[in-house]
Design a protein around this ligand. Structure first.
Ligand code: FES
Length: 141
């Protein structure tokens, strides 16, 4: 068993191992500048919280009840989005996430789609809040 675990970790890229094991972004922000929540066909959910200043993404936090692959994908979305402006963040695709991770198992590419989908919803929410700032005070309206 220990031998099998060793082989599993050996078979993954450095990016995958970093993103799969990173937990410091798993946090819920109160009154985020953008929020998105998406549930996939597998039943797992990713929630994305954005902190944005002057149109640039400062911080991406997330929460998920998904597997290690989902954690890796959500972390990668955050890694790719932080520092970009909002228009650039819309260009992040599931293929970008898969390519960054290098060794995401093919049967888990839907995890990348789920994480990117939650990011898109958070970006759309940011744009909505910009048009109607009062909605930030009344989440869900
Ligand atoms: Fe459900 Fe990864 S297995 S999102």
């Amino acid at each position: 068993m220990a031998q099998k675990k060793f082989v599993f970790w050996q078979g993954h890229s450095r990016h995958y191992l970093e993103m799969a094991n990173r937990n410091d972004r798993r946090e819920r922000i109160e009154h985020p500048d953008g929020y998105g929540k998406r549930t996939g066909d597998c039943g797992d959910t990713v929630e994305v919280y954005l902190s944005i200043r002057h149109g640039r993404i400062q911080l991406v936090c997330f929460d998920t009840d998904g597997c290690m692959n989902t954690n890796a994908c959500a972390n990668t979305v955050a890694e790719l989005a932080e520092g970009r402006n909002v228009e650039e963040a819309w260009e992040i695709t599931a293929e970008d996430v898969i390519s960054y991770l290098e060794t995401l198992p093919p049967q888990h590419t839907h995890c990348a789609e789920l994480a990117v989908g939650a990011l898109y919803l958070a970006l759309a929410n940011y744009q909505e809040l910009k048009r109607h700032p009062w909605k930030k005070l009344y989440p869900g309206k």
